[in-house]
Design a protein around this ligand. Structure first.
Ligand code: 2P0
Length: 312
């Protein structure tokens, strides 16, 4: 028994940052994301004598994976598993590898163990490990909101085929994990304001997306991104995920927009900048961001599908 599954990372346009004060890894804020096409996690699970986890060829002990598997086994019959996961992009560097990682893992386990769980149930299980992973179970535009905190697809990739240009400036892992950073941010003076104001951002972004209103989504997405980083900066100790190239890319994207490009930025818990563009605008943006000092790699991609089993 050996099954392989795949998943793409997603990036949030309206950000999730912070946990609700209850068990089950419930977000404090709703989020709206796009699933990316160009980056992929490949995960193979095989029945084995004992559990093991290999990430990009290196055996690792990951407390999150261990605890999540233990919880899964309280509900389902799952034998000891050898898990081999590979990312074709930098891991733990603000490119949402835990989102694609857990979406691929639950899909592979479901297939290998014959659990026959629906996509929504798998998404709910992935959320308990990493809330952003719930969104990578679906393609295109995806929402994650209360009261049930169940991810749902909003638009398929073909419904609004945006382009995404990622400017990679540092592929080292992050100093503070998202989970730890979120816990620390709960004590920040801006936290309540962040939680209180994100609901309105989310609902306006839903309306903008449904209407394919790119200028409105531009304003909302950059606001949500900068507001989240404002909260991160106001956390103690301050969470500063940006480097000089990050800031240079943000200015370059605003200059491009002023000159007529349909593009906006978003940045997650890492220095990479993601530029979201209307169809046809990505090539010029990729060209410009590739010239920014400190940018080592450009990934130019589109919106992609939700997690899938090999052969499906
Ligand atoms: C997001 N991020 O909405 C936000 C924006 C990073 C910045 O979701 O603690 O790995 O495992 O639920 O999902 C990254 O956090 O956090 C994340 P956990 P996760 O995409």
């Amino acid at each position: 028994m050996s099954v392989t599954a795949y998943a793409h990372p997603n990036i949030a346009l309206i950000k999730y940052w912070g946990k609700a004060a209850r068990p089950g890894n419930v977000p404090a804020t709703p989020s709206l994301s796009i699933t990316l096409d160009g980056l992929t996690t490949t995960t193979t699970v095989s029945e084995a004598a004992e559990d093991s986890f290999t990430l990009d060829g290196t055996p690792v002990t990951d407390a999150k994976v261990t605890q999540w598997l233990a919880a899964l086994r309280r509900e389902h019959v799952i034998p000891p598993l050898a898990i081999e996961s590979h990312n074709d992009f930098p891991t733990a560097a603000g490119l949402a590898s835990s989102a694609s990682g857990f979406a691929a893992l639950i899909t592979a386990i479901d297939g290998a163990c014959g659990l026959e769980l629906s996509r929504s149930v798998r998404s709910g299980l992935a959320r308990q490990a990493s809330a952003s992973a719930a969104r990578s179970m679906f393609g295109g535009f995806v929402t994650l909101q209360g009261p049930d905190w169940q991810a749902e697809p909003l638009l398929e990739p073909a419904d609004w085929p945006l382009e995404v240009v990622i400017a990679v400036s540092d592929t080292g892992g992050k100093a503070v994990s998202s989970s730890d950073g979120m816990r620390q941010s709960a004590e920040a003076p801006y936290f309540a304001a962040w939680v209180d104001s994100t609901g309105a951002d989310f609902h306006q972004a839903l309306a903008a997306t449904t209407a394919r209103d790119f200028p409105a989504l531009t304003e909302l997405a950059e606001h949500s991104c900068l507001k989240m980083h404002g909260l991160m900066l106001a956390t103690r100790p301050g969470l500063l995920y940006w480097n000089a190239a990050t800031v240079a890319c943000l200015h370059r994207i605003r200059a491009l927009r002023a000159a007529g490009s349909a593009v906006f930025f978003t940045v997650d818990a890492g220095p990479q900048v993601k530029a979201v563009c209307l169809p046809g605008h990505g090539e010029a943006v990729a060209e410009e961001l590739g010239q920014v000092a400190g940018v080592s790699r450009i990934i130019h991609t589109r919106l992609g599908r939700g997690a899938w089993l090999d052969g499906s």
